[in-house]
Design a protein around this ligand. Structure first.
Ligand SMILES: *[C@@H]1O[C@H](CO)[C@@H](O)[C@H](O)[C@H]1NC(C)=O
Ligand SMILES: *[C@@H]1O[C@H](CO)[C@@H](O)[C@H](O)[C@H]1NC(C)=O
Ligand SMILES: *[C@@H]1O[C@H](CO)[C@@H](O)[C@H](O)[C@H]1NC(C)=O
Ligand SMILES: *[C@@H]1O[C@H](CO)[C@@H](O)[C@H](O)[C@H]1NC(C)=O
Ligand SMILES: *[C@@H]1O[C@H](CO)[C@@H](O)[C@H](O)[C@H]1NC(C)=O
Ligand SMILES: *[C@@H]1O[C@H](CO)[C@@H](O)[C@H](O)[C@H]1NC(C)=O
Ligand SMILES: *[C@@H]1O[C@H](CO)[C@@H](O)[C@H](O)[C@H]1NC(C)=O
Length: 770
């Protein structure tokens, strides 16, 4: 079994997402069904596939060959569709008018046969829709239906079929059918991951299984999906039981039949805990997938085995990673048994062509060992540039590792679908919420989201994506000197792009020195422990071949410093500067208080505050960070490190480090922001060399306005400036005890922003009145 080495799961979010049940089935606003090549309408179940002649208005090249196989069938199932085909000798477009934008199924039916000179088994062709390449270099052997879903946003959906060189294409049938928008919902988008979001992705159904039961055909599914039996995918089929209890499914609660039919929820594969030999064995399914792709994996559950609530506790794994430990379905399904629910995971780029899904016992709480799975869907994400999320990076990974463990990138998204919860949330005016997820490590992972009501966005997780050196080389065009965006004591920083299009900043350390190594490790350790929207995220690292490479999210707008002086970047407005200060104060505040231990950054400066494309500030460079004093200590004794001009004099004198040292440095940053000049400028007259001394002299005289950035003159409201000046002054107090906490600083800066905003609004009013 290859399960243990392919993927590693690092992050996940859990969300309770709920849907209102549509009262009487789903009727698709767009519903195009075409039996290509057929001279008559074809009825499959309760659906009518149009004769090809009636569909010619959708096709760009009506002169294509209509073919029919010699054998005829009399059944009313899908095999009828395979009796005829349309052969395309050149590129052809099907154009379907879309009455309601949103997610649509595209189902393509292929079954090659010989017709005149066309041996369809030899046809090689591509199919694309919108800007998604759905099939490329495709040839069909045997009857196959390819199912995709994508969000159609224009008034027409164009499906293009393009034969390869000297070849031709064929199609037996095509469906373009609306699906409920709620079925594929955007989930949690990790800050580091920059996951594009599900709504914009095209999904290809790779596997869709009904666990512990028979095939459920399209006719028994309101959305015409096929569910295959799972038996053939079980790694040890004899160690699992099939549970058929369709009647037990609570059809009035939980996930609707649009998520999966009751026929799917009503059967399960259960671990065989009754047999002593297997009472501690996971049930594992193994699937073939494409290397280098990302997948949406949807787990369907319905507790049809328990006789009372809170009886079944189990764990869910993807390859060797825990997706969920201690899953108790009764708490998810509002304390009722047999309520259907599901959750989603988005996996990282696959590095193996096998994907293993397991469920296993969770007995830490003394529960009886048991585990079930009712249904599973594996959908491949397609990039909009025409490729799948596959690529060079991954093939490189596969090609160069010695079959060893590779930390793959895998971001997880879990959804649970339940109706009741939705109602309750709807009452509160929320459509989604995030709840803490307890992991097997026992730590609580609190996930925030841009969807959540509050402004928080924080994820605590055990990151650590380890990149092979070749992948980093590739991302940076082999450390192209023209891609260098910064140079520091640590080494050079390159911009780069991962194969999935994620833009990154790659910091490559100078050859290993003891000091550099310590900082490298600290940075990984620190950034792996906490995540926050105002802290730069670490995407990964590489320590192969004595390299010390850190890979971060790319910050479009570089350092705060570069926006203040010494470069040609247009100067920032006062409001922008305040917002940047507030953002970085938030990041520091989080460092000081948001984690179980105080984290002291130790190198707060404008060059370590980075700005993203929206000028949102993120604190960077944790190489010098230290865990703060424990409860019984008041400070940490340590050698003085940091940057000249920002150093806390108390720390310098006494070598005693507290979080107030960061507050001091931040005070210096505030002055830099206001005056737009370096903290130490030896080209200036002596009294002006040190920004802090000079600015504090003016502040104490109450004339700070005399030395502000010339581009801000007349643009800062006096109240706002006064508040800001006072805040900086407090931060710069000689003794740490006299300095405010970052929380107070944050509050004061927000107040300074309000004071500034008040004048803008006032001005507007004035303009309107005059
Ligand atoms: C085929 O189906 C279409 C749409 O349902 C209908 O308009 C048409 O009359 C049918 N044609 C035949 C030959 O039954
Ligand atoms: C059609 O092509 C397939 C695959 O190349 C081949 O196995 C088959 O014999 C061909 N059929 C005919 C009738 O030539
Ligand atoms: C297309 O597929 C065939 C066989 O599946 C393979 O030999 C060939 O290299 C592929 N061509 C491209 C351009 O990927
Ligand atoms: C489709 O895309 C549009 C625009 O990107 C988005 O607003 C909408 O929510 C998406 N719909 C679905 C069902 O994903
Ligand atoms: C599926 O639907 C068909 C026709 O509606 C029915 O005969 C069959 O029993 C159903 N299958 C199951 C497993 O219920
Ligand atoms: C079905 O589930 C709902 C909760 O989703 C619960 O309120 C209801 O009592 C359940 N019905 C039965 C028959 O258990
Ligand atoms: C189930 O699989 C996971 C992941 O491979 C593993 O960590 C765990 O120990 C397994 N549990 C049992 C009972 O074998």
């Amino acid at each position: 079994m290859k399960c243990n080495r392919s993927l590693e799961l690092f992050l996940w979010a859990l969300s309770i997402l709920c849907l209102a049940r549509s009262s009487d089935g789903y009727s698709p606003p767009d519903n195009y069904l075409i039996d290509c090549g057929s001279s008559t309408n074809t009825t499959v179940g309760n659906r009518v596939f149009l004769a090809d002649s009636l569909a010619s208005k959708f096709v760009s090249t009506p002169q294509n060959v209509l073919a029919s196989a010699s054998n005829s069938v009399s059944s009313s199932d899908v095999s009828q569709l395979y009796q005829t085909a349309r052969v395309f000798t050149g590129s052809t477009k099907y154009t379907f008018p879309i009455s309601q934008s949103g997610r649509h199924w595209i189902r393509l039916y292929f079954s090659p046969f010989d017709y005149q000179s066309y041996n369809m088994s030899t046809a090689i062709f591509a199919v694309s829709a919108q800007n998604f390449g759905l099939l490329s270099n495709f040839s069909a052997s045997g009857s196959v239906m390819k199912e995709f879903s994508l969000n159609v946003t224009s008034s027409n959906l164009v499906v293009t079929i393009t034969p390869s060189d000297k070849s031709f294409a064929f199609l037996n049938a095509i469906e373009v059918v609306s699906m409920p928008d709620t079925l594929i919902q955007d989930g949690y988008i990790l800050p580091a991951w920059k996951f594009q979001g599900l709504p914009s992705q095209a999904l290809e159904t790779i596997w869709r299984l009904n666990m512990g039961g028979p095939k459920v055909s399209a006719m028994n599914d309101t959305l015409w999906r096929n569910w295959d039996p799972d038996y053939g995918f079980l790694v040890h089929p004899n160690m699992a039981n099939n549970i058929p209890k369709i009647g037990a499914v609570n059809v009035s609660g939980g996930a609707t039949e649009e998520a999966a039919p009751a026929l799917v929820y009503g059967t399960a594969t259960e671990m065989n805990a009754r047999d002593y030999a297997t009472r501690n064995v996971n049930v594992t399914w193994e699937f073939d997938i494409d290397v280098g792709s990302r997948h949406l994996i949807r787990f369907h559950f319905c507790d049809i085995v328990s006789t009372s609530l809170n009886q079944l506790y189990f764990s869910v794994y993807l390859d060797s990673s825990t997706v969920y430990s201690d899953l108790d379905l009764s708490t998810i399904s509002s304390n009722a048994l047999a309520v259907p629910c599901f959750f989603d995971i988005v996996s990282g780029l696959s590095v193996s062509n096998k994907l293993c899904v397991s469920v296993g016992p969770y007995t830490a709480n003394g529960a009886y060992p048991d585990a079930i799975l009712n249904g599973l869907e594996i959908m491949k994400l397609h990039n909009s540039d025409g490729s799948s999320s596959s690529g060079k990076i991954v093939s490189v990974i596969v090609g160069t590792t010695i079959g060893a463990l590779i930390a793959a990138l895998l971001a997880g998204v879990l959804f649970l679908w339940c109706r009741r919860r939705r109602r309750r949330l709807a009452k509160q005016g929320l459509s989604k919420t995030w709840i803490p997820l307890s992991t097997n490590g026992g730590t609580s992972h609190t996930m925030g989201s841009k969807y959540s009501n509050g402004a928080t966005l924080s994820v605590a997780s055990n990151l650590g994506y380890r990149f092979p050196f070749v992948a980093v080389q590739e991302a940076t065009n082999n450390f192209d000197e023209s891609w260098v965006v910064g140079t520091g004591g640590f080494g050079k920083v390159y911009r780069g792009e991962l194969n999935d299009g994620t833009r990154v900043a790659v910091k490559r350390g100078n050859p290993r020195s003891q000091q550099g190594l310590a900082e490298f490790q600290t940075e990984i350790e620190m950034l792996s422990q906490f995540r926050h929207r105002h802290l730069v995220s670490l995407i990964g690292y590489c320590d192969e071949k004595s390299e010390m490479i850190l890979i971060y999210e790319y910050m479009e707008n570089g350092t705060l410093k570069s926006h203040l002086y010494g470069s040609s970047v247009p100067s920032l407005s006062w409001k922008q500067r305040l917002e940047i200060c507030i953002g970085s104060a938030r990041g520091l505040h989080y460092l000081h208080t948001g984690y179980t231990k105080v984290i002291i950054h130790r190198d707060v400066k404008s060059a370590n505050i980075l700005l993203d494309e929206n000028l949102m500030a993120k604190v960077a460079d944790f190489g010098l960070s230290k865990t703060g004093p424990g409860i019984d200590q008041t400070h940490v004794n340590t050698a003085v490190k940091g940057s000249f001009g920002y150093l806390d004099p108390e720390y310098f004198r006494r070598q005693r480090l507290t979080e107030k040292s960061d507050v001091y440095s931040f005070g210096v940053v505030l002055l830099e922001v206001l005056c737009a000049r370096p903290v130490i400028d030896r080209s200036l007259p002596r009294e002006k060399v040190n920004l802090e001394e000079w600015a504090m002299k003016w502040q104490k005289k109450g004339q700070l306005d005399q030395i502000i950035d010339p581009t801000l003159v007349g643009k800062i409201r006096p109240d706002s400036l006064r508040k800001f000046g006072e805040t900086a002054e407090k931060c710069l107090a000689n003794f740490g005890v006299d300095r405010p906490s970052m929380g107070d600083v944050l509050w004061n800066l927000e107040y300074a922003l309000q004071l500034q905003e008040a004048v803008v609004q006032g001005d507007l009013k004035k303009t309107v009145l005059t």
